[in-house]
Ligand binder design. Structure first.
Ligand code: CUA
Length: 307
């Protein structure tokens, strides 16, 4: 997991600057207070024959000073924090038109783009662009966190939150769910893939198309089994199909880097997933499919054709 101390977007940089200001102020106060304590301990320690020191009660100037200094410190921390929040958080009046809808599910992330394109666990964004993301949840509370790009934000069912997603340079940024959400909470890893705007536009256009139905061979047989087994009850395989479902859309599954969050996207892993999903990712919502090895291979061939 990449560190939030290596920020790669203006928003993440603002958060690190805020942290650094707090750290500098806190360390300065600590050094002043601890050296004064150390000095007093040595300078005023009891020696043989010392008398009771002079007792002082009430001092206007002292009381004023030790009230004013903390007030000033807290006020400056407040101003720094509010300025960072205003920069990092999306203003309410913009939230009607998000550029991206992100939904947390047990246990995967869905991303939908305005043109109908969908992505699963791999969220593509254009570089150098502030993309407004609406963060939602389908079942329980999750938390969307890409440490190098943005703040953490809760994904609460029925109560959307908004977040700027932005990256300075092309690259793959690791993200994770940061709120315990059940058995596969730790398996809710995802990637944000930042690309130059032209590459991003081509990708989002391609994702909005439905791959052609296979016409022959094992993949056509696989498509038939997929229909007969009612796999479509949980998984969309068409870009036009936007009904909410329990399982991730598979429309372009063959084009993904990973499966199930953290698994290489190979035919072997797709086959293992279809036959023994609970062995691959225990607790996930998919029941094992009672298929022969030949049928599982045909479904795998079909899924491999969905690029
Ligand atoms: Cu989703 Cu933790």
């Amino acid at each position: 997991m990449a560190s939030w101390l290596d920020p790669q977007s203006p928003e993440a940089q603002a958060i690190v600057r805020l942290f650094a200001s707090y750290l500098v102020i806190a360390v300065t106060i600590f050094l002043i207070v601890s050296s004064l304590i150390a000095y007093s301990l040595i300078r005023y320690r009891a020696r043989a024959g010392t008398q009771q020191p002079r007792q002082v009660t009430g001092s206007r100037p002292l009381e004023f000073t030790w009230t004013a200094i903390p007030l000033l410190i807290v006020a400056s921390l407040f101003v720094l924090t509010v300025r960072t929040m205003a920069f990092v958080d999306a203003p309410q009046d913009l939230t009607a038109n998000p550029g991206l809808l992100v939904t947390g599910h047990q246990w995967w992330w869905e991303a939908r783009y305005p043109n109908g394109a969908t992505a699963v666990n791999e969220i593509h964004i254009p570089t150098g662009t502030r993309l407004l993301a609406r963060i939602d949840a389908a079942d329980v509370i999750h938390d969307f966190w890409v440490p190098q790009l943005a703040r953490k934000i809760d994904a609460v069912p029925g109560r959307p939150s908004f977040l700027w997603l932005d990256a300075d340079a092309p690259g793959t940024y690791q993200g994770t769910c940061a709120e315990f959400c059940g058995m596969q909470h730790a398996g809710m890893r995802f990637q944000v893939i930042a690309e130059p705007p032209a590459v991003f536009s081509a990708w989002v256009e391609a994702q909005a198309q439905t791959p052609p139905e296979p016409t022959g061979g094992p993949s056509a047989a696989g498509a038939r089994i997929f229909r007969d087994q009612k796999c479509g009850e949980c998984h969309a395989v068409s870009a036009a199909d936007r009904a909410p479902r329990n399982g991730p859309p598979l429309t372009h599954i063959a084009g993904r880097n990973r499966l199930a969050g953290d698994l290489a996207n190979t035919p072997e892993n797709i086959g293992r997933w279809i036959l023994t999903p609970q062995a691959v990712k225990p607790g996930n919502r998919m029941p094992a499919q009672h298929l022969s090895n030949t049928d599982a291979a045909a479904v795998t061939a079909y899924l491999e054709s969905l690029r």
